[in-house]
Design a protein around this ligand. Structure first.
Ligand code: NAP
Length: 246
């Protein structure tokens, strides 16, 4: 089985994607930014499925580190799929209070990191580059259509960029054997919210979601795993919301 590279695979949605990928038989290369222990645990659990798995420290906001992560995946075998999942939220703020530095730091990860990840993926997967074809899934957010007013409009804007990246790239490489799709989670119960300074966000907003609860990382990973699989062979340029009706 070819290699699946998952950015931000040490916890949350990325870790759930690694688990589903390993269960489907992919060898997995997962990246993380800081928590080596968590990343190694995720890789060890993947290996229990009988596949090869490797955790690589790589900040997706640093171009050379993304390149190094792909080189580590190359060492495992031919690349077959990439999930550009790593992303960050920012502390709650109105737009009239944000600093340029905050926005630039977030865009470096959520947008530049996603574009560079896609670049490295296409260079390996596209038939134009001699690749075998493959699948890319970008993890966006329904924030791109909700706008996140009073909370983090700048984050929502970064995720709107991810939508556009997915739609445009899908058309760019559609006849080169590469499918590109976007999965947009809604309110998902992960540590992301605490990292953005709102540890109570899931409990607070969960009941307001139309289905009455937050989603799980595995519910998002299920959609991603399907889009990666041959079952989704006619899906490219799709945007799949996993958001409980939100
Ligand atoms: P999470 O629980 O905070 O996990 C984030 C993962 O990304 C961790 O593995 C983290 O590694 C890694 N990471 C963070 N910054 C990174 C960087 N600069 N370079 C490489 N890896 C980095 O987040 P999540 O909730 O699973 O979110 C995953 C994706 O879903 C993000 O793109 C997020 O915007 C999107 N999303 C989430 C929700 C939600 O409600 N949770 C909703 C919509 C969209 P370390 O552990 O080493 O820091």
């Amino acid at each position: 089985m070819p290699v699946l590279l998952v950015t931000g695979g040490s916890r949350g949605i990325g870790a759930a994607v690694v688990a589903r990928g390993a269960a489907a038989g992919w060898d997995v290369c997962l990246t993380y930014r800081s928590d080596a222990g968590a990343a190694e645990d995720v890789a060890a659990r993947a290996r229990e499925q009988g596949v090869e798995a490797r955790a690589v420290r790589a900040d997706v906001g640093v171009e050379a580190e993304v390149e190094a992560a792909f080189a580590a995946a190359d060492a495992m075998g031919p690349l077959g799929a990439v999930v550009a999942n790593a992303g960050v939220v920012v502390p709650k703020s109105r737009v009239d209070a944000v600093s340029a530095a905050r926005v630039a730091d977030m865009l470096a990860v959520n947008v530049v990191g996603a574009v560079v990840t896609c670049r490295e993926a296409v260079r390996r997967l596209s038939t134009v580059h001699g690749g075998p074809g493959g699948s890319i899934v970008l993890v966006g957010s329904v924030a791109s259509r909700l706008g996140s007013p009073g909370e983090y409009v700048d984050y929502a804007a970064s995720k709107a960029a991810v939508d556009a990246l997915g739609l445009g790239l899908a058309k760019e490489v559609a006849d080169e054997g590469v499918r590109v799709n976007v999965v947009r989670p809604g309110l998902i119960d992960t540590e992301l919210h605490a990292s953005g300074g709102q540890p109570d966000r899931v409990a607070r907003i969960g009941p307001t979601v139309p289905v009455g609860r937050p989603g799980t990382a595995d519910e998002v990973a299920a959609a991603i795993a399907w889009l990666l699989s041959d079952e989704a062979s006619y899906c490219t340029g799709s945007v799949v919301d996993v958001a409980g009706g939100r």
